[in-house]
Design a protein around this ligand. Sequence first.
Ligand code: ADP
Ligand code: MG
Length: 361
Amino acid sequence: MGSITLKQVAKRFGDTEVIPPLNLTIEDGEFVVFVGPSGCGKSTLLRLIAGLEDVSDGVIEIDGNDATSLPPAKRGLAMVFQSYALYPHMTVRKNIAFPLKMAGLDQATIDAKVNGAAATLNLADYIDRRPGQLSGGQRQRVAIGRAIVREPSAFLFDEPLSNLDAALRGNMRLEISELHQTLATTMVYVTHDQVEAMTMADRVVVMQRGVIEQAADPITLYERPRNLFVASFIGAPSMNMLAGQIAMEDGHPVFVSNSGFRISAPAHLASVAGEAMILGIRPEHTGEDSSLGPCIQATVIEMEPLGPHTLLIGKVGDEKFTAQMPASNKSQPDDVVDVYLEHSKMHFFRASDGLALRESD
Ligand code: ADP
Ligand code: MG
């Protein structure tokens, strides 16, 4: 079992409120990722769950029991850090066995658990090496092994892959996802990398300044971001944002951009006629195909060929705009290019509070 519930949990360091009161329930077996820019409070929130920091307010329940004032060792959780914190003079076997030895288990039980973890993590061939003789990815697996043998009710990961190069990060991402499927244990995973968050999580918790901006499965975050922050943070390259307002024409709402283009807007936006609005459209929902939807003009700054497609980096009025063009598009800097926007993929955000306005909300 490994459900974790945060009720009105807040954290202050001195006078600085790093996490205003927040609520979150992590279900047993769920893979939840906290993502957000550096300094937004991800590690602090994880450390509150782990018991490495005391809450300033609120209650933390683990499996329905109040764990708010339990010391870390009594919470039944295991934490894996970016710095592997392995003992350099000990072999892999001894590193993994360490928490079990500390707990006073007998040697036969320790051996069985260590061998099991080593097999799960493909470490059997390295079991007698020292950390200095391992690659970064292997070291991280040892650190995970040391967590596995404790059979925690949940794993807490704090940026465990940040020290690895890009290719290895991709591999380890897969391995941790597979591990989650094998163990079916709750995992709470902190990263600033939205790709990591999107590819690994059952549910992503997007944070900014200690506040949960949205908690949802990856596809919902991508398709229905709740506000400007989530819309900009999730997806690469970022969603384009064009400022303007909603006007009425012949009884129908129209988005009029500050740069001068007009696009028919969804009917429900009639209720916000006259309000400042931001139109959001992801680069991958734009192109040169006129059947997509409405057309705007972008002035090319540069073209970035990526192979499968080419990114047009340009400007619409004085706002930056990125369009995903076919590789065959050979536009040049300063060209003014027609860019079509996929009508059903446009997002509208109220400028006053950044909230997405959707028909069914
Ligand atoms: P993240 O992990 O998202 O990068 P952190 O949780 O580490 O962010 O930090 C959130 C904020 O709390 C930061 O502004 C950081 O400076 C502050 N902070 C973290 N730990 C302490 C501490 N022990 N004392 C004072 N401020 C802290
Ligand atoms: Mg951190």
